[in-house]
Design a protein around this ligand. Structure first.
Ligand code: SF4
Length: 228
């Protein structure tokens, strides 16, 4: 953390833009009391189409200690949320782990959702193994030229494919509670489709079939919920 300003603009402590019960997520996450969402400020991408650029690219929010972050999780649990949903956590994995240790010690029992652009390092994902219950990655671009143009990250397709494989290795296909319909564990991919095919997006079978991923990947067709 010394030296040059990191792309994510985050240092020792995480920044949080907001936290609240989110009713805009997929049914299996929002349920009837909402998904306990914590939006982290800053991001490791710079997407031109970002819905939350005030938070992701201008840093709206405030710096929080591990104690404060744990307190937010416990409040969301008290409010009846069905899960803790970390939005854009790629650049704050150490801070999230530090806070989770406190929150779990104090009674946090909800499933953990990792809601990400999929531009994650394997090192970060492996640090979350056994802690994340539900991975919720975007898959934004299949074509490096589009990834460079729209998110300034030409290696996005390669990084995201490896990240999603690692997520699937950890948690497997999505499992819903048969009584409630709530997600309990697994991988849920949001495959973004850009206007005019601008993402160079992969056909469904190409993403699902690539390198052993389950074909039971679920997708949300419609406006992308606020978040990563
Ligand atoms: S990854 Fe998501 S949060 Fe980050 S800039 Fe892109 S759209 Fe915004």
């Amino acid at each position: 953390m010394r030296g040059r300003q990191p792309v994510c603009r985050t240092w020792r402590r995480a920044w949080v833009g907001s936290y609240f019960p989110h009713f805009g997520e997929e049914d299996c996450l929002r349920g009837w009391n909402g998904s306990g969402t914590i939006f982290f400020s800053w991001c490791n991408l710079r997407c031109v189409f970002c819905q939350n650029c005030d938070v992701s690219q201008q840093g709206a929010g405030r710096e929080v200690s591990a104690e404060e972050l744990a307190h937010m999780m416990l409040r969301l649990q008290r409010w009846g949320c069905h899960n803790i949903n970390f939005v854009t956590p790629e650049h704050v994995v150490p801070q999230v782990l530090e806070a989770l240790a406190i929150a779990i010690e104090r009674g946090l029992r909800l499933p953990i959702v990792y809601n990400t652009s999929a531009y994650d390092s394997l090192e970060s994902l492996r640090a979350m193994e056994g802690i994340v219950d539900i991975y919720l990655p975007d898959f934004k671009f299949w074509d490096p030229a589009h990834a460079r143009r729209y998110s300034k990250a030409p290696d996005y397709p390669e990084v995201a494919r490896a990240a999603i494989q690692e997520m699937h290795r950890q948690v497997g296909p999505l499992v819903l509670d048969p009584q409630t319909g709530l997600a309990r564990r697994g991988l849920l991919v949001r495959h973004l489709v850009m206007p005019g095919g601008g993402g160079g997006h992969a056909p469904d079978h190409a993403l699902a079939g690539a390198r052993g991923l389950s074909r039971d990947l679920r997708q949300h067709h419609g406006p992308v919920p606020a978040g990563a």
